[in-house]
Write a protein that binds this ligand. Sequence first.
Ligand code: SR1
Ligand code: MG
Length: 406
Amino acid sequence: MASFDSYFLMNPDDVKLYVREKIAGFANAGKLSCKEIGDGNLNYVFRVLDEETGSSIIVKQAGETARISDDFKLSTNRIRIESNILKLQGELAPGLVPKVFLYDDTMNCCVMEDLSDHTILRTALLEQRIFPNLAEELSTFMVNTLLLTTDVVLEHKEKKELVKDYINPELCEISEDLVYTEPFNDCNNRNELFPANKEWIEKTIYGDDRLRLEAAKLKFAFMTNAQALVHGDLHTGSIFVKEDSTKVIDPEFAFYGPIGYDVGNVVANLIFAWANYTFTGSSNKEYINWLESTMTETVDLFSKKFLASWQENVTDIMAKEKGFEKWYLDGVLADTAGIAGLELTRRIVGLAKVKDITSISDEKSRVQAERVCLETAKAFILERDSYKNGQDFLDTLKKVYNRLKE
Ligand code: SR1
Ligand code: MG
């Protein structure tokens, strides 16, 4: 029988024993079944089901390398970060993250609420499903978890303690490499370019001096601007949805960084869903209208709630100076544009892809989809100071699309 007093990577049978030993409600269960269901790039995710009662639970365990590639040697400490931040986010944004029942720093795993009645947002968007509350809930999640962890709100020493607790050098290094460096120069020879777009990307992305300079500026802001406790990987694969519920999962990349890192990731990944719709010849007006308004409303509701929460929660006396909140929000929106541009670029040029683009099977359509995303990305990065509301983002996307189509 397995013992759980020293670390090893568990298989489904080990996980069944683990759950019986560690989780009171499962100790005397009759028949348990367990399946590994993870489809992320880093960890192993097991779903354990009590076949008699129907209760289920998730065990998420960190390995010492990433699932996507053994190139990435990672500290298993990321599960500690994930467990702790889920608890904190659950307090700041109640109901918008899964509940955590146990964190185990020997087995480097955590046990949490099963959300199998939800669907991963990326999958749901590819199925063109509509979630009327999405912009409302995502904007609440971001304002509450981000503004409320800044030092305009928190007592400054308390904020600095959090900066220490959430220092996350290895996962930040992944983003520094995959988001902020390799897409612009392929310095580690692991970019994956769609062959029919190879030359175009080499010229348009690697060959653009101004773009590389702006990406460099954004990289050092990511590394030094300890603005808020960001989720750090808020793409549509990190969001679970059902009709009346949104849950943000997988915050293992969390650290103190720019607020725009989260907002920009959301915007970029909604654009990927838009590109999938547009370049697979779909004609579902209700869906595309909802998706476009979700894109604009997420940004606009974020700004509106951010300013309202500012009035209510800001404590720093200098941050209360008239006009400071607008200056601060303008900076967040500029970062949002820049980071949306980086995310759009790296998911097409770099090694970690998104299904929205890779599942476009017609070669010409995929070429067009990639070019529209990349030209939009360049406008976001190069002109990032001019993005003030949600419509600005959608206007650029539509302008680029109209210029490049046919
Ligand atoms: C090696 S990890 C590749 C990507 O997967 C994660 O979800 C992050 O987005 C990371 O950049
Ligand atoms: Mg993830």
